[in-house]
Design a protein around this ligand. Structure first.
Ligand SMILES: *Cc1c(COP(=O)(O)O)cnc(C)c1O
Length: 350
């Protein structure tokens, strides 16, 4: 049969994730607590009032107003997507010509490479230096050699938890001709953002999401901040009604109640601290500091740990490793009770 698929799509694997059937899910860096019931009720009331036969707001004015209030960035410098995943796709549609290069540090978030492939671009991953410190000079020189169109910086990085110092980000912005995408999906956990740099750097886009700290992965709402000229280009490729009514209403309620929602991070951060301290006393090959709601460590017993967790109804993320990367685990922080169980199993296996 004729293969109708585009050449750059043909060999990709579909991103089909099975809904995990586990008691404890710690593999996707989600917030362990659901949207509070009172807010869910408020959302239901809003949905009851909304005419679902009508298209949603195409440019989500109410949501932009809330996001502007939260971020301090003017509304015309913000665009929303169905998760930041869709925004990464839109960035590719807006800025990548076939054959253009995107550069990132590795390991990092898999979607950068996948959307580059779908855009028929070249992907260059620059391996971290020892201790999973991103190779800033290497990133800059890879960008120069390949005349890169995009550079992705994940900050804090998924999966290593690394937080770039500001001067590294500034150096990359100043020494390359690329458009830099700073992915701040986990920003709220440490509270460290560099979004103010968009004022001075017309080659910077900042990505954020409600999926992690806000605990709304099911709602699919991400947003992108940048110079107005860049955001205007992205509006040209945005599909007209990309955020449905439910998403828009839920996101507005979440942002209006952000103090309450983000207050939960105190518990989560304390738990992470506790987990990190406990892991430090275990015989791991390496354990990395983290600015996020997950902990990354390397161990030859990775697979055994993964299997033992599975037997106990716990799902975690296991990276098999390859020539350049030893086997490793990324463990999302759960509720205190969940974390206690995880530590028990870890102690047994190690
Ligand atoms: C989870 C995550 C996102 C968020 O994706 P959404 O599509 O907004 O749910 C973005 N970037 C990184 C690095 C992530 O880990």
């Amino acid at each position: 049969m004729k293969n109708f698929a585009r050449k750059c799509v043909k060999d990709l694997e579909a991103y089909k994730v099975e809904a995990p059937q586990y008691d404890i899910i710690l593999n996707a860096n989600e917030n362990p607590w659901d949207f509070p019931e009172a807010l869910k009720k408020e959302l239901c009331d809003e949905i009851m009032k909304a005419p679902l036969n009508r298209y949603p707001e195409a440019c989500f004015p109410e949501l932009l107003a809330e996001l502007s209030d939260y971020t301090g960035v003017p509304e015309d410098q913000i665009i929303c997507g169905s998760g930041s995943d869709e925004l990464i796709a839109m960035i590719n549609q807006s800025f990548m010509n076939p054959g253009d290069t995107a550069v990132t540090h590795t390991p990092s978030f898999a979607m950068y490479q996948i959307w580059t492939a779908i855009a028929d671009g070249q992907f260059v991953g620059v391996p971290d230096k020892n201790g999973h410190i991103p190779d800033v000079e290497g990133i800059i020189s890879a960008a120069k050699v390949n005349d890169a169109k995009l550079i992705y910086l994940c900050n804090p990085n998924n999966p290593t938890g690394y937080l770039f110092p500001r001067y590294d980000i500034v150096q990359i912005l100043e020494e390359t001709n690329a458009l830099v995408i700073l992915d701040e999906a986990y920003m709220e956990f440490k509270g460290s953002t560099h979004v103010d740099l968009i004022e001075n750097y017309p080659n910077l886009l900042v990505l954020r999401t409600l999926s992690k700290a806000f605990g709304m992965a099911g709602i699919r709402c991400g947003y992108c901040l940048g110079n107005k000229a860049l955001i205007d280009v992205m509006y040209k490729v945005k599909s007209p009604y990309n955020l449905n009514v439910l998403t828009q209403k839920a996101a507005v309620i979440a942002l209006k109640n952000r103090e309450k929602l983000l207050d939960r991070l105190k518990t989560l951060n304390a738990e992470r601290h506790k987990m990190y301290k406990a892991l430090r006393d275990m015989p791991l090959d390496s354990l990395y500091p983290t600015a996020s709601n997950f902990i990354y460590f390397e161990t030859g017993k990775g697979e055994a740990i993964y299997e033992a967790m599975k037997e106990n109804g716990i799902l975690i993320k296991f990276f098999k490793g390859n020539e350049t990367m030893p086997a490793s685990i990324r463990l999302s922080i759960g509720t205190p009770e969940e974390n206690r169980k995880v530590l028990e199993i870890l102690k047994k296996v190690l």
